[in-house]
Write a protein that binds this ligand. Structure first.
Ligand SMILES: [Zn+2]
Ligand SMILES: [Zn+2]
Length: 143
């Protein structure tokens, strides 16, 4: 388990490296994400910090999540309806249930080199690829 100071320090250095301001609100949202430690929607995050940040608006929460994604401390998981945000940034892929929207991590070595080559043909400079596998989760399969 990471300590609070360590979590703050990581964000502070990432913000400073990009010339971004360190604000109590950004630190608090980052801490809440690490505490939740799962894929969350912007609404879930806002609800989780409601007692500590009663006046934070949904657009501010969303902008902060996008900033963290840019800093590389958070990943966006595209999902129909509402994207989810993942505090786990190492390489992994996602199973997204098309019925209930549940998201699960999946470990798999995926060779994206053909897709990367295609991206370069579009004069696009790719950083990484993440795979979203849509289908039915085990609960939805049963019903
Ligand atoms: Zn499901
Ligand atoms: Zn994940």
């Amino acid at each position: 388990m990471q300590t609070k100071t360590h979590i703050d320090d990581q964000l502070i250095s990432a913000l400073r490296a990009r010339g971004q301001r360190v604000t109590p609100q950004r630190l608090l949202l980052n801490r809440a994400l690490r505490e939740l430690d799962r894929h969350v929607s912007a609404e879930e995050l806002q609800a989780a910090v409601a007692d500590r940040l009663p006046n934070v608006s949904a657009p501010t929460v969303y902008a902060t999540l996008e900033l963290f994604e840019e800093l590389g401390t958070l990943r966006r998981v595209p999902r129909p309806g509402a994207d989810l945000w993942d505090p786990r940034v190492d390489d992994h892929h996602h199973l997204v249930c098309r019925s209930c929207g549940a998201v699960e991590d999946v470990e798999a070595g995926v060779d994206a080199s053909a897709a990367f080559r295609a991206a370069r043909r579009h004069r696009f400079s790719p950083d990484r690829a993440q795979l979203t596998i849509s289908g039915l989760c085990r609960n939805c399969r049963r019903s």
